[in-house]
Design a protein around this ligand. Structure first.
Ligand code: PGA
Length: 255
């Protein structure tokens, strides 16, 4: 796998269709000539096809914010991996903590979704893990990360160069306006890497996995994360809602 950093915008449910398309246009313009990192955007479902048209001819990747584990059938409200690929998606976020919080998504579901995406083979799953404040405060973070990785990925086979992105998102930092200390992120990423090494072996981990950080990253704090040994990129929420700000975050990471 190449060592390029990956920067993914998660627009959540924050923008209308019109706002999403305007932002996609601005990002397209802003990122003209940008190189050195993979950049992707994850709009809401109803915007995906139109964002795809806007991004046509650019290197910016398209992603979705969720996926269902079945391929097709009577599953009202859900969308399958095949459908996302058909719509032009190359990435999909799985198990975001907001879905865990508001929709009772659990790691058994996250496991099924990840498995479905890997079986599809044309999508890169961005699997979200991360401890909450209580777990952090009581020193349970390491176990939580280990446990979430086990539940999400145990028994899954990676074929060839299939990529998997693990997004470490400490729940208490998301949307808080304050990212965690870079040294703390590096420590957590190390735990994640060691756990993955145990599960898949170092060769596969080096070749197929990326570990990215998410949680209140902005152009102001991103510099502290540049050059961390086990950081392969960022999942960016709030700071991706403005093209200029998102560009600054991406630019800082490729320096
Ligand atoms: P944030 O969101 O950057 O607004 O904290 C990140 C995320 O939830 O992926």
């Amino acid at each position: 796998m190449n060592n390029e950093k990956i920067i993914i915008a998660n627009w959540k449910m924050k923008l209308s269709l019109a706002e999403t398309l305007a932002l996609a246009e601005n990002i397209k313009t802003k990122f003209q000539g940008f190189s050195g990192a993979t950049v992707g955007v994850c709009p809401n479902y109803i915007s995906i096809l139109e964002v795809k048209e806007i991004l046509k001819g650019t290197d910016i990747k398209l992603g979705a914010q969720d996926v269902f584990w079945e391929g097709a059938g009577a599953y009202t409200g859900e969308i399958s991996a095949d459908m996302l690929v058909e719509a032009g998606c190359e990435y999909v976020i799985i198990g975001h903590s907001e879905r865990r919080k508001f929709l009772m998504v659990n790691y058994e579901m996250i496991h099924r979704e990840t498995k479905a995406v890997l079986n599809n083979g044309n999508l890169v799953p961005i699997v979200c893990i991360g401890e909450n404040w209580d777990e952090r405060k009581t020193d349970r973070r390491d176990f939580v990360l280990f446990d979430q990785l086990q539940q999400a990925l145990s028994g899954l086979d990676l074929v060839g160069n299939q990529q998997v992105v693990i997004a470490y998102e400490p729940i208490w930092a998301i949307g808080s306006g304050t990212a965690i200390e870079p040294s703390e992120a590096e420590y957590a990423h190390k735990i994640i890497k060691l756990t993955l090494n145990d599960m898949f072996g170092m060769k596969i981990v080096n070749n197929n996995f990326k570990i990215i950080y998410g949680g209140s990253i902005s152009s102001k704090n991103v510099k502290g994360f540049v050059g961390l040994e086990n950081l392969d990129g960022m999942l960016v929420g709030g700071a991706s809602l403005e093209a200029d700000e998102f560009y600054k975050v991406a630019k800082a990471l490729v320096k």
